[in-house]
Design a protein around this ligand. Structure first.
Ligand code: ARG
Ligand code: GLU
Length: 707
C-alpha cells in the first residue's frame, strides 16, 4: 500500500512537470497518438508520418544546414524564417539593391534569384537500424574497437540503403548510442529566393527583442525549390522546373486561442536532457559567464559602428545577429538554471541513481567516473572558450591564423592555394580599412586584455598587471603587424615562397596568436579532450541505459540531434516574474506601440503604418478585428526549429516557429512548463505582409487554404 501510494504521489508530481516536454520521433508517434488526441489533436499519427502514403512529413524540409522549411504550394514554394534566409538575402544585396533593407518580391518565376550553396533536404524514410549497427559489438570491448565495428556497419548499411537511387543516407545515434536510426534523404540543390520583407519587418525588434516576448517580428522569407524535368534534384539550370512536392501544407486563417492544441514539426538541433549536474554547472556557471562577457565587448563595438552608417550596418549585421543570439540565450539559460536550482535538482536525481546502482557492477562507477572526467573537461572547456571567444574574436587574429597556416605549409601547390585566397581576402579587407580597423583593433585589444586579466592565454603571467600596459602592448602589436599594412602584406604575399615562412613567423601578430594557441590548447590537452569526450559519451550511454532500467519513466524522448521531430503542446501565456502575466498573442498594435524612428530596431515601415491607419487587414484579422502578429505555446523546441511549421489540431499551418521565450531558454537542459514557450509568427501576419503590404498576390494565389 505504501509503495503504491508513493508511486502515485511521485506520478502526481512528475506528470505536470513532464507535460509538453519532448521532441518525439515521427516514426514512433503512434506511442504519443492517444496523448496528442486527448490534448486536442484531430488527426492521426499516420497523417503526420507514414511509409505508405504522402503525409505531412513530405512537406517538411531541412533548410540549409540548420533550419526548417515547409512546402506551401504544389510548385515547390517554401516558407522559412527571415533569419534562416538572412545570409542568402544579404549575399544578394548591395547598397544599390538592398533587399535586406527594402525587401524583395519576385513577381514571376524568372525574377527568382538562385542561391548557390543552399540546399533543401527532404526525408524520404527513416528506419530503426540499432540491431544492424551494433552487430558484432559487445559490452566488453574497448571503445575504439566498438567504434571501428560501428563505423564499418554504418558504411555498409547506408550504402545498401541508397543503392541504385539518387538518395543519400545518414545514420545517427540516439540516447548516446543505445539506439540508431537511419535517415534516407533527397537533397535539392537548386533553391531560389522568392520573397522577403524588409528588415524593418522581418527583423523588427532586432537583437533588442530577440528571445523576448511580447514579440512583433515578421520573421519569414520565401524560397522555391527547383528540380529537373523528372522532378528529381538537379544542379541549378535555367531549364529546371519548380519541384512538385508529394505534399504541401494547407493554411488555416482561423488562428488559435489560449489552450488550443498545436504541434511543431521540424529539425531541432541539440539538447542535453540527460546532462549530469557537472554538465549543467559547467554551462551555467563556468563557460556561459565568460562567453557572455567577451561577446559583450564585441557587440558594443559592432553596434556602435552599425549606428554610424548604412555601409557598416550591412557589413556587420549578419555577424552581430549570430554573436548576439548566443550571448542573449546563454544569459537566459544561466538564469533559468539558477531559478530552477538546476544543479541541485540534478544532484538529487544522481543520488537516487547512485543508490540504485550501488549493487550493480555495470552502473555503480558511472557517476563517480563522470565526476572525474568532468573535472578534467572543465579546465579544457574553459581554455577553449577563451580561445574561441577571445583569441578568435577579432578579424586581426583570424587573419594571423590564416597567415600561420601559410607559413606552416611546405607543399608548393597548397602554398599557391592559401596565398591566392589570402590575396583575395586582403583586397576586400582593405577596401574599408579606415573604418574597420578602428572596430577590429578595439575588439582585439579589449578581448585579449580581458583574457589576460583573467589569467588565461599565457602571454602575461601576472593577473594583477596594469590593464593599460597590456592594452598598450596589444595596440603596438596591432600597429606593427604586417597584417595592418596593405602594402606590406601584399608585398609579402605576392612574392611569397616557402623560404619566406620565417618572415611570417616573426610577425608580432602571428607570434601572439601562436603563443595563445599553444597555451590554451596545447597538443596534450587537445588529445586529452578527445579522450575525455569519448569517455563521457560512453558513460552517458551507460547512464541513460541505467536510468531506463531503474524506471522507464526516467527516459522519455531522445535528445535533439538535427533529425525530424514532433513537439506538441498548447497555446499559453505565462508569468515571467512576480506581478507580470504575458498574454499568449500579440498584434499590430504592439508594433505601433514600439515604434521609434530614432532606434533602428523599431523603425516602422510607412506602408505598414498606412495599412494600420486604414485597418485594412482583410481576411487576416482575428475575430476581434485585430491583426495578430505572434503567439506563444508550450511546444518543446530548440535551435534548428527555426522556420518549423506550427500546426493546429487538424494539421493545418497556423504559423512559423522562430524563437523561444528568454525565461525558458534553459529548456535545452531542463524543461519547465511554467516558463518554456516557443514563439511563433502567426501565419496571418505573414500572409498579410505578402498580400497587403507587398502586393505579391502571385504568391497568395499559389497557396492552399482550409475551408
Ligand atoms: N533567437 C532566434 C534563433 O535562435 C533568432 C535569431 C536571429 N535573430 C536575431 N535577432 N539575431 O535563431
Ligand atoms: N531561432 C532559433 C533557431 O534558429 C529557434 C529558437 C530556439 O533556439 O528555440 O532555430
Amino acid at each position: 500500500m505504501k509503495k503504491v501510494f508513493t508511486t502515485l504521489l511521485a506520478a502526481l508530481f512528475i506528470m505536470p512537470l513532464m507535460a509538453d516536454e519532448g521532441m518525439w520521433i515521427p516514426m514512433l508517434l503512434k506511442k504519443n497518438e492517444a496523448d496528442m488526441q486527448q490534448k486536442g489533436m484531430k488527426i492521426s499519427a499516420e497523417d503526420i508520418y507514414s511509409i505508405n502514403q504522402a503525409c505531412l512529413k513530405d512537406a517538411i524540409v531541412l533548410f540549409g544546414g540548420g533550419c526548417t522549411g515547409e512546402f506551401v504550394s504544389d510548385k515547390g514554394l517554401l516558407f522559412t524564417n527571415h533569419h534562416c534566409g538572412y545570409s542568402y538575402i544579404a549575399r544578394n544585396s548591395s547598397l544599390e539593391h538592398n533587399y535586406l533593407a527594402n525587401g524583395f518580391w519576385a513577381k514571376s518565376l524568372e525574377e527568382e534569384i538562385p542561391c548557390p550553396g543552399l540546399t533543401v533536404t527532404r526525408l524520404v524514410r527513416m528506419e530503426d537500424v540499432t540491431t544492424q549497427v551494433l552487430k558484432g559489438v559487445d559490452d566488453n570491448m574497448s571503445e575504439a574497437e566498438r567504434e571501428l565495428i560501428i563505423n564499418a556497419n554504418i558504411k555498409s548499411i547506408t550504402a545498401k540503403a541508397i543503392e541504385g537511387t539518387h538518395y543519400s543516407a545518414i545514420i545517427k545515434p540516439f540516447y548516446y548510442g543505445n539506439q540508431y536510426f537511419m535517415y534516407v534523404n533527397e537533397v535539392f540543390t537548386d533553391v531560389r529566393m522568392v520573397g522577403t520583407p524588409p528588415s524593418n519587418i522581418g527583423k523588427f525588434g532586432g537583437d533588442t527583442d530577440n528571445w523576448m516576448w511580447p514579440r512583433h517580428t515578421g520573421d519569414f522569407s520565401v524560397f522555391r525549390v527547383y528540380a529537373g524535368a523528372d522532378n528529381k534534384p538537379a544542379e541549378y539550370s535555367a531549364d529546371n522546373k519548380p519541384y512538385q512536392p508529394l505534399q504541401h501544407l494547407t493554411i488555416s486563417l482561423k488562428g488559435v486561442e489560449e489552450d488550443d492544441f498545436t504541434f511543431v514539426f521540424g529539425y531541432p538541433g541539440t539538447t542535453n536532457r540527460y546532462a549530469t549536474s557537472q554538465a549543467v554547472d559547467l554551462a551555467a556557471n563556468v563557460t556561459n559567464p565568460v562567453r557572455i562577457d567577451l561577446r559583450t565587448i564585441r557587440l558594443n563595438h559592432y553596434n556602435n559602428a552599425m549606428n554610424q552608417d548604412a555601409a557598416q550596418r550591412l557589413k556587420y549585421s549578419s555577424r552581430v545577429a549570430s554573436i548576439a543570439n548566443g550571448w542573449k540565450k546563454w544569459q537566459g539559460e544561466s538564469l533559468g538554471i539558477k531559478r530552477l536550482n538546476g544543479v541541485e535538482k540534478k544532484q538529487e536525481f544522481e543520488k537516487r541513481f547512485q543508490q540504485w546502482a550501488a549493487d550493480k557492477p555495470m552502473y555503480k562507477d558511472v557517476l563517480p567516473n563522470m565526476e572525474k572526467n568532468y573535472a578534467t573537461l572543465k579546465s579544457i572547456e574553459l581554455n577553449s572558450t577563451y580561445f574561441s571567444e577571445a583569441v578568435r574574436a577579432a578579424d586581426f587574429m583570424n587573419r594571423a591564423a590564416a597567415l600561420l597556416t601559410l607559413a606552416n605549409t611546405t607543399n608548393d601547390s597548397m602554398i599557391q592555394v592559401y596565398k591566392n585566397s589570402l590575396i583575395k581576402q586582403n583586397e576586400n579587407y582593405f577596401k574599408d580599412f579606415d573604418k574597420h580597423s578602428i572596430v577590429d583593433r578595439a575588439i582585439f585589444v579589449e578581448t585579449f586584455t580581458y583574457m589576460c586579466k583573467a589569467g588565461f592565454g599565457g602571454f602575461v603571467a601576472n593577473k594583477d598587471v596594469d590593464a593599460t600596459k597590456i592594452e598598450e602592448m596589444l595596440g603596438n602589436i596591432y600597429d606593427k603587424s604586417v597584417l595592418t599594412s596593405e602594402k606590406g602584406i601584399m608585398k609579402l604575399l605576392n612574392s611569397y615562397t616557402a623560404k619566406d615562412a620565417k618572415k611570417i613567423l616573426k610577425d608580432p601578430a602571428v607570434a601572439l596568436y601562436q603563443l595563445a594557441y599553444e597555451n590554451l590548447l596545447p597538443k596534450s590537452s587537445r588529445k586529452q579532450y578527445n579522450e575525455v569526450k569519448k569517455e563521457i559519451n560512453r558513460l552517458y550511454r551507460l547512464y541513460v541505459k541505467g536510468m531506463m532500467e531503474m524506471d522507464a519513466n526516467n527516459v522519455s524522448f531522445p535528445d535533439a540531434n538535427l533529425t525530424l521531430r514532433v513537439a506538441y503542446g498548447h497555446v499559453k501565456g505565462f508569468r515571467p516574474k512576480d506581478g507580470v502575466y504575458y498574454k499568449p498573442y500579440t498584434t499590430l498594435e504592439g508594433i505601433i506601440e514600439k515604434e521609434n524612428p530614432d532606434i533602428y530596431d523599431y523603425v516602422v515601415e510607412p506602408r505598414l503604418k498606412e495599412l494600420y491607419n486604414t485597418q485594412d487587414y482583410g481576411q487576416y484579422a482575428n475575430s476581434k478585428g485585430e491583426l495578430p502578429v505572434g503567439f506563444i505555446a508550450t511546444n518543446h523546441t530548440t535551435g534548428g526549429n527555426s522556420g518549423s511549421p506550427v500546426l493546429n489540431a487538424n494539421g493545418e499551418l497556423i504559423g512559423l516557429n522562430f524563437d523561444r521565450c528568454w525565461e525558458g531558454t534553459m529548456s535545452d537542459l531542463l524543461f519547465d512548463p511554467l516558463y518554456c514557450r516557443n514563439i511563433t509568427l502567426d501565419i496571418r501576419y505573414c500572409l498579410f505582409i505578402i498580400d497587403k503590404f507587398a502586393g505579391a498576390t502571385n504568391l497568395i494565389n499559389e497557396l492552399t487554404f482550409s475551408k
